[in-house]
Design a protein around this ligand. Structure first.
Ligand code: FAD
Length: 396
């Protein structure tokens, strides 16, 4: 009989770990595995806040996919997916078509702007190597502009929308970078303003309040002004307006206030909530048992029936079960059910500062920053073993 074809869409956390697990588990000629990704590199999304602020090189946040996979076992296709056709069991790429017996959707998230006028058009988003390069250049450019037009204080006003994980981590890096930029461009640091706007009643909603307090104090000391419990209402090319009527003149808005799943899953006709699909206990789409969904495109419910937040940690844990289930389907053996186990969370606040919960303990400051490094290194180890840890490990 014909060899089953497995197609994996996206080489993010979910897709790449699934591919690596399949590469290990499958025997020769047991399945044809194809991995499709827009770029020929995998980016370490959880590290993107650093190159975005300019505190690290974008190069350190990506790894060539061909360095991770074994090309004798997995076909890598560098292309953009434009349509998923579950009824024909086909995926349409910008430059071709793939047929599958089993599909894995790991296309990741997209920014959610909740229809706030102007945000989609004028804000920046931390989502890929290309987008963070743009943010970094844009910030530097504002300093250069200010030197030519020193009355334009708006050039040096930076607004970050959203005080979730991504927003807080980015702000921590940005606050570290500002003094260096001021030196480089001979700018008085007092001219620089950093605002963090969050609609929820607290920064880092869901996090331990004592740690949130600590995080805010660290960032305030670095010059950040918080606008918490106030929604962003509108964004124009040179200002934002808040729900309380305040207008802030700025040329730079970085929006981190929401993520949704990929539009392609909605367009495929699957039942989705903001681009995310509620998967069954085996990580398949109910009614489409040949299609698995992983990472930011999937929804997994917790015990209280509420969706877990989409994280890299979730995607990596799903990949283990997903790969097992694909192999089991091919071998007609039994599937495993997925259960999420939180290993804790750490948010960095810039150099040597972080907060987090790990192994049931609250961490702050240097010990939390150390834990963050361990988590980063552990991931590099999972995907690339010791050689990748040595090549990319952030030892500075
Ligand atoms: P992704 O990792 O986003 O990968 C999707 C892949 O699909 C990408 O390679 C993309 O290029 C590709 N793709 C997309 N569309 C197409 C297409 N049409 N055709 C072909 N390829 C396509 N989570 C944590 O657990 N801990 C953290 O500390 C943490 N920090 C974060 C910090 C930042 C700055 C950000 C932005 C996120 C952070 N997250 C963190 C969240 C985490 O990064 C995501 O949950 C995770 O990346 C989701 O993995 P994924 O596999 O679903 O998608």
């Amino acid at each position: 009989s014909r060899i089953p074809r497995i197609v994996i869409l996206g080489a993010g956390y979910g897709g790449i770990v699934t591919a690596l697990r399949l590469q290990k588990e499958l025997n020769y000629n047991e399945a044809d595995v194809t991995l499709v990704n827009k770029h020929d590199y995998h980016y370490i999304t959880t590290h993107l806040h650093m190159p975005a602020a300019g505190t690290d090189d974008p190069q350190n946040a990506r790894v060539s996919i061909l360095k991770l996979i074994d090309e004798f076992k997995i076909d890598f296709v560098k292309s953009t997916v434009v349509q998923i056709r579950p009824n024909d069991k086909k995926v349409i790429l910008e430059d071709g078509t793939l047929s599958y017996d089993y599909l894995v959707i790991g296309l990741g998230g997209e920014p959610e702007t909740f229809g706030i006028p102007g945000l989609k058009e004028h804000a920046h988003f931390i989502r890929s190597i290309n987008s963070v390069r743009l943010i970094r250049e844009h910030i530097e450019y504002q300093f250069a502009r200010f030197k030519k037009e020193p009355h334009r204080k708006d050039y040096l006003t930076f607004v970050v929308g959203g005080a979730g994980f991504t927003g807080i981590e980015f702000i921590g890096e940005l606050a570290d970078r500002i003094p260096k930029l001021c030196k480089e461009f001979d700018v008085d640091p007092n001219h620089v303003k950093i605002y963090n706007v969050e609609a929820a009643p607290t920064a880092l909603p869901g996090f331990d309040p004592e740690l949130v307090q600590y995080a805010m104090e660290v960032l305030q000391k670095k010059g950040v002004t918080f606008k918490i419990g106030i929604a962003l209402k509108e964004c124009t090319p040179d200002s934002i307006t808040l729900a309380d009527g305040e207008e802030i003149k700025t040329q730079t808005v970085i929006w981190t206030g929401g993520v949704r799943g990929n539009r392609l899953v909605e367009e495929a006709g699957f039942e989705a909530m903001r681009g995310r699909i509620k998967v069954d206990e085996y990580l398949r789409i109910p009614g489409h048992e040949d299609v698995y969904v992983i990472g930011d495109c999937s929804i997994v419910m917790n015990e209280e029936g509420r969706p877990y937040p989409p994280t890299a940690q979730m995607a990596i844990q799903q990949a283990d079960v997903l790969a097992h289930n694909l192999v089991a389907s091919i071998r007609n053996s039994s599937l495993k059910t997925f259960k999420y186990e939180s290993k804790g969370t750490v948010a960095s606040l810039g150099k040597n500062e972080a907060i987090g919960i790990a192994m049931g303990r609250k961490l702050k400051g240097g010990s939390a920053a150390m834990m963050k490094k361990i988590i980063d290194l552990r991931y590099l180890y999972i995907i690339g073993g010791i050689p990748l840890v040595l090549r990319k490990g952030y030892f500075n």
